[in-house]
Design a binder for this molecule. Structure first.
Ligand SMILES: N[C@@H](CCC(=O)N[C@@H](CS)C(=O)NCC(=O)O)C(=O)O
Length: 242
């Protein structure tokens, strides 16, 4: 057995950028749909006070379907993050990489106390995120109500509510997910909890956690700016009658 892991091969890297500015300038660029998962990354970039360029897209327009964006993100999702000559396509990987390389105070390095909890929360943000994505699709994107499944919407609402209980168990007793204070995983999970509040009634402990998140100046700077597309147009989306 070799003592050190092998050097990464080119296939370990994310897909290379095929055009545009990627890798040329050394600039950090975030492709972002206001209020979507990419808000996690915009919030974290603001927390870290990093210089970056923002490319705002509209989920309902052709912004994310054309060849130009496909060269950045082959499946046309948001976010995409250009950083250090590559493009990353998963918000969880972005949170980890940004904390690892630019914000160790918001990270828990391998071997550090709290590492497992940090990692678990990072990925749990997507357990919440997938239910939010399904509900967003049903409530907002399927404009013809006859194409919606009431059963699926009810199930997703219940599953989201249940998943939130895991966050509640922690934030009922402390301000942030990690005992040591605000961390990068709060950007990932905090966005999920705040957005979940459009589909389920948050308990007092979860609402207080969401309020602590939204009170942060970096969070507020990640909210949609004047004239930017709005993903959600209602504070709360009731389950339609069966
Ligand atoms: N797991 C990915 C999910 C990315 C994703 O699906 N983003 C949504 C916006 S929240 C999107 O781009 N939807 C457009 C589509 O599905 O076509 C991440 O966290 O980055």
């Amino acid at each position: 057995m070799p003592d050190t892991p092998p050097e990464p091969t080119p296939t370990d890297a994310p897909p290379p950028a095929q055009g545009g500015p990627v890798g040329d300038s050394g600039e950090i660029i975030l492709w972002h749909v206001p209020l979507s998962r990419s808000m996690r990354i915009l919030w974290l970039l603001n927390e870290l006070e990093l210089p970056f360029a923002l490319r705002v897209m509209d989920l309902r327009s052709k912004d994310m379907r054309g060849a130009e964006y496909e060269a950045i993100h082959p499946v046309g999702r948001a976010p995409a993050l250009q950083i250090d000559g590559s493009v990353i396509h998963e918000s969880g990987a972005m949170v980890e990489y940004l904390c690892e390389t630019r914000g160790p105070h918001l990270w828990r390095a391998p071997g550090a106390e709290g590492r497992l909890g940090w990692l678990d929360w990072l990925h749990f943000a997507e357990t919440l995120g997938q239910h939010i994505a399904n509900l967003t699709q049903s409530h907002l994107m399927l404009r013809d109500p006859s194409t919606r499944s009431h059963t699926v919407m009810k199930l997703e609402t219940a599953r989201l509510g249940r998943a939130l209980r895991m966050v509640e168990q922690t934030v009922d007793g402390q301000d942030w997910l990690m005992a040591g204070g605000f961390a990068g995983v709060d950007c990932a999970v905090g966005w999920s909890v705040w957005t979940a509040g459009r589909f389920v009634r948050l308990t007092p402990a979860l609402q207080a956690y969401a309020d602590r998140c939204t009170a942060r100046p970096a969070f507020r700077r990640a909210l949609p700016q004047e004239g930017e597309p709005q993903l959600y147009t209602q504070d709360f989306y009731e389950l339609p009658d069966a």
